[in-house]
Ligand binder design. Structure first.
Ligand code: GUN
Length: 279
């Protein structure tokens, strides 16, 4: 039976460590959080980020802009926050309304304040092993594995999904841990054959319960990044947990696996911000 990897517990440990560091080093950190429009899921995420800041002792500034905000107005706000020495981190909640250009907004954030790790400079720094912010979800997965005692060095790691936010940075982080990395996507031929090679299988495809035991090698570690609501309004992941759990050596549940790690790593990035700014 697969050992459950408890993301709730591990994310609490990380938040606790951040809180202790803020107190011990008397850190004065401010995160600016921008939300445009009122997408309900974004409102929940932004609320959770602000609550986490409060718990840890990070100041948060909240900018709730109307749906019809123009690209120029948003860019102006980002530039103002870039110049503000009291602000260490800037987070623009995605997705932005359809009339906005997300790439331009991300590229306007000062890479030294890019606590989401989405700026091309942050992504480039990660890929060549230079200091910079790392995207929170993949950074959280590395912590889940390390803190659960899963060795990565020399292991076969297969990542399903090649998004800029998860799949690609995940591949870079796994390389940094000396894993042998394969990235699969919608054009991969014979996906099952590839995923069955994995010692560590990381799934971020956005299809509920897509990965069943036919995709998984006996004894593999399975990390599920997906989050969906099923027919009964219950949360489920990209992995069919009940089907895969008996043959996995360790597996993340949904909810309570990868999800809580994203905010914990955002808090960690905020706490690290001054160090990265001085690097
Ligand atoms: N929307 C969904 N996840 C994220 C995230 O990690 N950061 C931002 N900025 N927006 C998101």
């Amino acid at each position: 039976m697969g050992k459950k990897i408890d993301g709730k517990e591990i994310s609490m440990q990380i938040k606790q460590e951040c809180k202790e560091r803020v107190a011990r080093e008397n850190l004065d950190v401010t995160l600016a959080v921008i939300q445009v429009g009122n997408d309900p899921a974004s409102t929940v995420y932004v609320g959770n980020k602000k609550k986490a800041c409060e718990y840890i002792g990070i100041h948060s500034l909240s900018y709730e802009l109307p749906e019809q905000t123009t690209q120029q107005e948003l860019l102006e706000l980002v530039r103002k926050l870039n110049r503000d020495e009291k602000v260490q981190g800037i987070l623009v909640q995605l997705p932005l309304p359809g009339h906005m250009d997300e790439d331009e907004v991300i590229q306007t954030i000062d890479p030294k304040k890019d606590v989401d790790g989405f700026h091309p400079q942050s992504v480039g720094a990660l890929s060549i092993g230079q200091p910079g912010f790392v995207s929170c979800t993949p950074a959280g997965i590395i912590q889940l594995l390390k803190r659960s005692g899963v060795a990565m060095d020399g292991k076969e790691c297969v990542i399903v999904g090649r998004s800029n936010i998860v799949g690609k940075p995940m591949a870079m982080l796994m390389l940094r841990e000396n894993a042998t990395v394969t990235v699969c996507h919608s054009h991969t031929k014979d996906l099952k054959e590839v995923t069955k090679r994995a010692d560590i299988l990381i799934v971020a495809i956005g299809k509920p319960k897509f990965i069943t035991r036919e995709y998984v090698k006996e004894g593999a570690v399975v990390i599920d990044v997906g989050i969906h609501r099923n027919e009964d309004n219950k949360l489920c992941g990209d992995v069919d947990y009940n089907d895969v759990e008996p043959i996995a050596s360790a597996i993340t549940p949904v909810p309570g696996g990868v999800g809580p790690m994203t905010i914990a790593m955002l808090m960690n990035n905020c706490v690290e911000a001054k160090g990265i700014q001085e690097a």
